[in-house]
Design a protein around this ligand. Structure first.
Ligand SMILES: O=C([O-])CC(=O)C(=O)O
Ligand SMILES: [Mg+2]
Length: 579
C-alpha cells in the first residue's frame, strides 16, 4: 500500500508514504539536500541519521550530532519559554509548524494544556485580528470569487493526494469577533492543529479560506491587507462560490470530510443543508458547539442528580452557535421523552432584540426556535419582547448559556436572579475568545455563593472561593469535532448524520461521568483531548453504520476505542529514503 503525501503539481511525486517488507512505514522522496529541510513533511532537522544524510545529500547541512525527537521538543519548548507575549508565542509555535509538522505536534502533545491557549482560543483570535500585519508564511488554500471557474486547477496544485479532513471558513463570523477577512484562514489552521493533536495525520489535512471579500472597512483600507478588497459577495454570488468549491473538492478528494467553520448565522445553516449530501460535512459552530453544550448539560445534570428534561434553558445569542445549541438540547430532551412542543417550550432563545417569539420579525432559521405566544402570555415584561433578565425570571431558568459574543452580558443582576431560582444553576459562557466571554467564572461563582456549575468556551484558571477550589471546564467544540472527523474517516462515512453528531455528545457526557463526575466537572481536562476523541470516534463510527452511511471497520471489535487509538496518527519521525 502506498499513500501519496505530496507531489509537484502534475509531476513526479515528491514524497510518498511506503511500507517496507515488515510493514513499517517510511517516506520515499525525490527531494534532495536543502529542499528536504524546507518541506514541513520531510524536515526532520538534526534527527536525520548518518545514512539518511549521506543518501539524501544532507551532509554538512545539519549539526553533526544526531538528535532525537524528544531533544527537539526540549529545544523547541525552551525557545517557547523565551517568548514574552501571547501573540509572540503563537507565532513562534506556528513557525515550528511551518518547519515540521512532527516536531510541532510532538511539542503540542508534550505540553497540550499549556500550549493550546496559544495555538487555539484565546490567542488565535488576536493572531487573526493582526494576521496581515504579522504572518509571513502562507499556509492553506485561499479561493476567491475570481477563481470560481478555476477551482479544480487550484485544488490540483495542492501538494497532497490523500486529503481526508478539510476545514473551510469564509471568515464572516470568526469566533465571537465577527468578519475578519483574509486573517480568518487562521481559524482553519488552528482547528486542524487540534485534529493533529487528536490523531489525524497533518499531511492529510487542508485549511481553506473562501475569500468572498470583507465588510470591515478598516481591513479594506489597510495597506497591509492581503485579502480581496471588496465588499462581501452575498446571496446567489456567495452561494455560487460555495457550490463551485464543494463540487471541485468532492471531485479531487471524494473521501474527505469537510468541516465548515465560522460562517455567519443564516449562511452557516443554508450551506450546511445545501451540501450535507454533496460530501460528508458538518458545521462546527452549529453542530459541534451544539453537541458540546448538550454533553456539558448532561454531565452537570447527572452530577446534581437531575434530568435534562426538567431544566429550563435560556440561550443568549441566536447565531450559528445559539441555534445549534438550542437544537441539540431539544434533541436531548426528546430523547428523554419530551414531545417536540414540550422541548421547544423549555429552550428559550434570545437574539439581539430579545426572546424569539412566533410572529416577530426574524430570519427564517430562527422561526422553529421561537416560543408560542400563549406560553408567555402571563409574563410580566416591559417591552414588546422579553429581554434577558425578564426571560431568566419569567421563564424560571435553571440554565443560562451564552453564545452572543457580548462580553459581560451575564451581569450580577441576571446571575443572581438565576441563582435565586434553583439550588445549582448551570452557567455556560461559551463565546470566544476570553474578551467576548459573557461572564467571568470567578464572578458567577461569587454571585451564587459557589453554587453555580460553570464552564466557558475559552480556558480560564481555577477559582478559589470560600476555601474551595473550582476547576472551570472548557466547553469547547474541540472535544467533539476531531472525534467526529476520526469516526467518519475510519468508517468511511459518506455523510455526517444528525444522529452521529448527537452520539458524539453522549459519548463525551459519558466519558465525563465515568471519569470526572466526582469533581463536579462538566468537561474533561483538555489534556485528555486525544483520549476523549477516541471515545467520541468509536461512537460516531457505530452510529454511521447504524444509519447506513458507513462501514464497521475490520478489527474494530471487540474494543473500538482501542482500535481508534491504534489507528490514530502520532507524531514521530519516519525513516526517509531516496525514491
Ligand atoms: O474556535 C473555538 O474556540 C470554538 C468555536 O468554534 C467558536 O467560538 O467559533
Ligand atoms: Mg467556530
Amino acid at each position: 500500500m502506498t499513500g501519496v503525501v505530496s507531489r509537484a503539481s502534475g509531476a513526479a511525486r515528491e514524497v510518498e508514504v511506503r511500507y517496507d517488507a515488515q510493514g513499517a512505514p517510511y517516506l520515499a522522496t525525490t527531494l534532495r539536500g536543502a529542499q528536504l529541510l524546507r518541506h514541513p513533511l520531510t524536515n526532520k532537522g538534526a534527527a536525520f541519521d548518518r545514512e539518511e544524510r549521506r543518501a539524501l545529500g544532507l551532509e554538512g547541512l545539519l549539526p553533526p550530532a544526531i538528535t532525537t525527537l524528544e531533544q527537539q521538543v526540549e529545544r523547541a519548548y525552551a525557545g517557547f519559554g523565551l517568548q514574552t507575549t501571547a501573540l509572540g508565542r503563537h507565532l513562534y509555535l506556528r513557525g515550528i509548524q511551518d518547519r515540521s509538522d512532527v516536531i510541532f505536534q510532538a511539542l503540542l502533545a508534550a505540553h497540550l494544556e499549556e500550549l493550546l491557549p496559544y495555538v487555539y482560543t484565546p490567542t488565535v483570535a488576536e493572531a487573526i485580528e493582526r494576521f496581515d500585519h504579522v504572518h509571513q508564511e502562507p499556509k492553506g488554500l485561499v479561493i476567491t470569487y475570481d477563481d470560481i471557474e478555476r477551482i479544480d486547477a487550484l485544488l490540483a496544485a495542492w501538494p497532497a493526494d490523500d486529503v481526508r479532513v478539510v476545514v473551510a471558513t469564509d471568515a464572516s463570523a470568526i469566533l465571537g469577533i465577527g468578519d475578519r477577512g483574509h486573517g480568518g484562514i487562521g481559524i482553519s489552521i488552528g482547528k486542524l492543529s487540534l485534529y493533529g493533536a487528536a490523531g489525524v495525520d497533518p499531511a492529510r489535512t487542508m485549511p481553506v479560506l473562501l475569500d468572498a471579500g470583507t465588510d470591515r472597512d478598516s481591513l479594506r483600507e489597510d495597506p497591509l491587507y492581503q485579502g480581496v478588497r471588496r465588499e462581501r459577495a452575498r446571496g446567489q454570488a456567495y452561494l455560487s462560490l460555495v457550490d463551485a468549491f464543494v463540487g471541485a473538492l468532492a471531485r479531487r478528494y471524494p473521501r474527505a470530510l469537510l468541516q465548515w467553520e465560522d460562517l455567519a448565522k443564516d449562511a452557516a445553516i443554508d450551506v450546511l443543508h445545501r451540501h450535507r449530501r454533496s460530501m460528508p460535512s458538518f458545521n462546527d459552530d452549529v453542530q459541534g458547539t451544539g453537541a458540546v453544550a448538550l454533553a456539558g448539560l448532561l454531565a452537570a445534570c447527572a452530577g446534581k442528580g437531575e434530568r435534562l428534561r426538567d431544566q429550563r434553558v435560556v440561550i443568549h445569542g441566536a447565531g450559528a452557535g445559539g441555534a445549534g445549541v438550542a437544537m441539540a438540547i431539544q434533541a436531548g430532551m426528546r430523547r428523554e421523552g419530551l414531545s417536540d412542543e414540550e422541548a421547544r417550550a423549555r429552550v428559550l432563545v434570545l437574539d439581539s432584540r430579545g426572546l424569539l417569539i412566533e410572529g416577530a420579525k426574524m430570519e427564517a432559521y430562527k422561526a422553529p426556535l421561537a416560543q408560542r405566544r400563549a406560553a408567555i402570555e402571563s409574563w410580566k415584561i416591559t417591552g414588546e419582547r422579553p429581554d434577558l433578565l425578564e426571560t431568566v425570571r419569567e421563564g424560571r431558568a435553571t440554565v443560562l448559556i451564552g453564545l452572543s459574543g457580548q462580553a459581560g452580558a451575564f451581569d450580577e443582576t441576571i446571575v443572581k436572579q438565576l441563582g435565586s431560582q434553583c439550588a445549582r444553576p448551570i452557567v455556560l459562557a461559551l463565546s470566544n475568545p476570553i474578551t467576548s466571554c459573557e461572564a467571568r467564572p470567578a464572578d458567577v461563582l461569587a454571585w451564587t455563593e459557589g453554587r453555580a456549575i460553570v464552564a466557558t468556551g475559552s480556558p480560564f484558571a481555577p477559582v478559589e472561593l470560600g476555601g474551595k477550589r473550582f476547576v472551570i471546564g472548557q466547553g469547547n467544540n474541540a472535544f467533539v469535532f476531531p472525534g467526529i472527523g476520526l469516526g467518519a474517516m475510519l468508517s468511511g462515512a459518506s455523510e455526517i448524520t444528525d444522529q452521529m453528531v448527537l452520539e458524539a455528545a453522549y459519548a463525551l457526557a459519558e466519558y465525563v461521568q465515568e471519569r470526572h463526575l466526582a469533581s463536579g466537572a462538566m468537561y474533561p481536562p483538555i489534556r485528555e483531548l486525544r483520549e476523549v476523541s477516541a471515545h467520541v470516534a468509536a461512537r460516531v463510527m457505530r452510529r454511521a453504520v447504524d444509519d447506513g452511511v458507513g462501514t464497521w471497520p475490520e478489527g474494530a471489535d471487540p474494543d473500538p476505542v482501542a482500535f481508534v487509538r491504534a489507528r490514530s496518527w502520532t507524531p514521530r519521525h519516519l525513516p526517509v529514503r531516496p525514491a
